[in-house]
Write a protein that binds this ligand. Structure first.
Ligand SMILES: Cc1cc2nc3c(=O)[nH]c(=O)nc-3n(C[C@H](O)[C@H](O)[C@H](O)COP(=O)(O)OP(=O)(O)OC[C@H]3O[C@@H](n4cnc5c(N)ncnc54)[C@H](O)[C@@H]3O)c2cc1C
Length: 386
């Protein structure tokens, strides 16, 4: 068990930072969180929370609250963009009834995590942008310097903490750009995630809040470089033009887009080491993940529990950090490569390959529907709290 006098600084009050502070508290360990913004902020967008992430929230007593503000996801339907016919059905209500898949609004999730920190008197300091780490001291852009025994870098994709741990390599543009939007649920979409496949593009939609709105993510392959980050406004006309050959319900919801944000998808080479003597990276700071399996936040949430449990279990930091990485690395690596594979399958453009894919998806849905769902058991059945 860690000595009480140890100072733990968590940088970033996003999903990873707040969950890490809560998990540390669960193990009886105090930490302070420092966030660059002046409040807890998050993109106005939905998030899919899979059972592997929700097990962490159950374990720390927050699942009921999160679930109350979320929609229960009943499964995934895959469609073809042209015929709008259903190619596959992943039926969670039938084959994964006891597992909690949720559609949540990011703002709700982060607000619940922050309120839980407040209730537990976990200090969360705002307007604290970490500039750098030097000799075990965290240096903020307002000139404040604090010493820390453990620094958890939960500062996301463009992590500053990461610079203290590893030499940065340039991220690689994946030649894919994405748009996100929230539109009225004018098609009365059910509580399934709909994934509509097209050559070099796909659309994901799912209901959020009271079901009257749909969260949309639209992804397209293109060579043109787009800025990294995901808060760049886009003219809705651009999206509508790029997805104008989609039919029926998909075309209806695309037509209703009034405001939309874009971002370029970058691949960050997987770092071999996520820590040094007193700094450890979690979530996107350690291993940014492309969104084709909706597992980036889920990995951040799993990381948060595992790092807290290792710190609580092993007094020697180097051992705790090493154990954390030893446990997390293979899983995260597998998720990242499965996500990249999904991108290729979703965007097949060769007619024959597409027909073969459609044939197999239909066949499996008709005769072996449980196998479709079972293929992802390694992701969703995982329980880091065991
Ligand atoms: C389109 C899209 C859809 C997605 N959908 C899903 C999904 O459905 N399910 C899922 O599991 N994942 C999803 N993800 C991935 C998920 O959003 C991220 O993996 C997750 O938000 C990472 O959390 P984080 O806390 O590590 O980083 P972030 O959420 O980026 O949080 C980092 C925090 O650190 C703060 N910060 C940054 N720099 C500093 C600094 N220097 N000093 C102090 N504070 C700082 C930031 O302000 C922020 O609050 C999606 C991603 C995208 C792009």
């Amino acid at each position: 068990m860690l000595e009480d006098s140890k100072q733990i600084v968590v940088v970033g009050a996003g999903i990873a930072g707040l969950t890490t502070a809560l998990c540390l508290n669960h193990f009886g360990i105090n930490a302070c969180v420092y966030e660059r913004s002046n409040e807890v902020t998050t993109a106005g967008a939905g998030i899919q929370l899979s059972p592997n992430a929700n097990r962490v929230f159950s374990h720390i007593g927050l699942f009921d609250e999160i679930s109350a503000l979320s929609r229960r996801c009943k499964g995934v339907r895959i469609f073809d963009y042209k015929s709008n016919s259903q190619l596959a059905l992943f039926d969670y209500m039938k084959f994964k009834r006891d597992a909690a898949f949720l559609f949540c609004h990011r703002a709700d999730l982060v607000s619940i995590l922050y309120a839980a920190c407040k209730k537990l008197k976990i200090p969360v300091h705002f307007d604290k942008k970490l500039e750098k780490i030097k000799n075990g001291e965290v240096i903020f852009s307002d000139g404040n310097v604090y010493s820390a025994d453990i620094i958890v870098g939960a500062d996301g994709l463009h992590s500053n903490v990461r610079k203290a741990v590893i030499d940065e390599e340039k991220p690689i543009f994946t030649r894919q750009i994405a748009w996100r939007s929230i539109v009225p649920n004018s098609i009365n979409q059910d509580d399934f995630s709909h994934v509509t496949l097209a050559p070099k593009r796909h659309l994901v939609s799912y209901p959020i809040n009271d079901g009257s709105q749909l969260n949309l993510v639209l992804i397209k392959e293109q060579n043109e470089w787009q800025p990294d980050g995901w808060k760049h406004p886009e003219d809705p006309k651009v999206v509508k033009e790029n997805f104008k050959d989609f039919s029926d319900e998909a075309s209806k919801i695309i037509a209703s887009i009034e405001s939309v944000y874009k971002w370029g998808l970058f691949r960050y080479p997987m770092k071999k080491k996520w820590y040094n003597d007193r700094v450890i990276l979690v979530g996107d700071a350690a291993h940014p993940t492309l969104p084709f399996l909706a597992q980036g936040a889920a990995m951040a949430i799993e990381d948060s529990f595992v790092i807290a449990s290792k710190i609580s279990k092993f007094p020697k930091l180097s051992f705790a950090f090493n154990e954390f990485q030893r446990e997390r690395f293979p899983r995260v690596q597998r998720i990242i490569s499965a996500s990249a594979k999904n991108a290729r399958t979703f965007h097949l453009s060769n007619v024959i390959s597409r027909l073969v894919l459609h044939f197999f998806l239909r066949l499996l849905t008709k005769f072996l529907p449980h196998l479709l769902v079972k293929r992802f058991d390694w992701i969703y059945d995982h329980n880091v709290t065991n």
